[in-house]
Design a protein. Structure first.
Length: 292
């Protein structure tokens, strides 16, 4: 009887999870379709309407990629595990390669046909494709060698608490993207467009790349014998400290990260070396468990 109740209670959860994934898929497809419409509109219309379509494309393309990568964000750990499946790994690798090739090709053709309407639009499209190509390439490079926090535990070691990065690490890149859009569409003239381009080409890849690395690499596990930490930017670093070796442990937060529910876990070992794991969801819970 207990097994049948468990099966019935698990079925609604599976249905909710499947519905959430389907909703994320449809959202991604809708954003991709809107991005294609914006690109076609930028090529077909002239004047201010053309600029509006270009700005829409600049926003919609990275949002499409973000939706594709983050449609599983409420599941957290399952998102990273899903990305390591062979089929998904190959798809992301090919997507990154395709974006890079498309960006290079459109830039080369745009320079070759510069001065004409088609050449200018190809240049814009190539520039727009550069940040997504860089971010997907970064994901394809770093996303499949990382270990999950629970995998750091020694065999037979009991896990007291395990935590990974909070999805809100992606809020800052989205704000940078929104600011770039506001500057591009606002009445700021050429200086506004120049600053918007700088934010999109430099600020967005930098902040989004850091957020992506934290989301994939950051983790902390407190076992009954050790404290296991993972962190890093281009590659994941892991360290396991005997609990007796931990001389100080605390949380670093400012008003912004406290509002988002995340923070940095700071650990000092018996040699005086400091390890900081950024972007963790409510790291104070681990500190309380360690000190308790």
């Amino acid at each position: 009887m207990s097994e049948s109740r468990s099966g019935r209670s698990q079925a609604p959860e599976d249905q909710v999870s499947q519905a959430r994934l389907r909703g994320g898929l449809w959202l991604t497809l809708a954003l991709a379709g809107a991005a294609m419409v914006a690109l076609l509109g930028a090529l077909l219309w002239r004047g201010g309407a053309s600029l509006g379509f270009v700005a829409a494309f600049v926003v919609l393309l990275p949002l499409t990629l973000a939706s594709a990568l983050m449609q599983w964000w409420p599941i957290g750990r399952d998102a990273r595990l899903s990305c390591r499946k062979t089929r998904v790994r190959h798809a992301i690798g090919f997507l990154g390669l395709s974006l890079g090739v498309c960006a290079a090709l459109t830039l080369v053709l745009g320079v070759a046909w510069s001065g004409g309407r088609l050449g200018n639009m190809l240049l814009v499209a190539g520039v727009v494709l550069l940040p997504p190509a860089a971010l997907v390439g970064l994901l394809a490079t770093i996303g499949f060698r990382a270990r999950e926090p629970d995998e750091l535990l020694d065999q037979g070691e009991h896990c007291e608490i395990s935590m990974a990065a909070h999805w809100t690490v992606f809020v800052l890149p989205l704000l940078v993207l929104g600011l770039a859009l506001a500057l591009a569409l606002g009445p700021f003239g050429v200086p506004g467009l120049a600053l918007a381009a700088a934010l999109y080409l430099i600020g967005l890849p930098g902040s989004a790349g850091q957020a992506l690395a934290r989301f994939i690499h950051s983790g902390a596990v407190l076992g009954d014998r050790h404290l296991h930490l993972s962190y890093g930017l281009f590659w994941q670093k892991t360290i396991s400290l005997d609990r007796a070796r931990v001389k100080a442990i605390g949380v670093k937060q400012n008003a912004w990260t406290r509002l988002l529910g995340q923070g940095k876990l700071s650990v000092v070992d018996d040699r005086g070396e400091s390890i900081v794991v950024a972007g963790l969801k409510q790291p104070e819970r681990l500190v309380k468990a360690f000190e308790g």
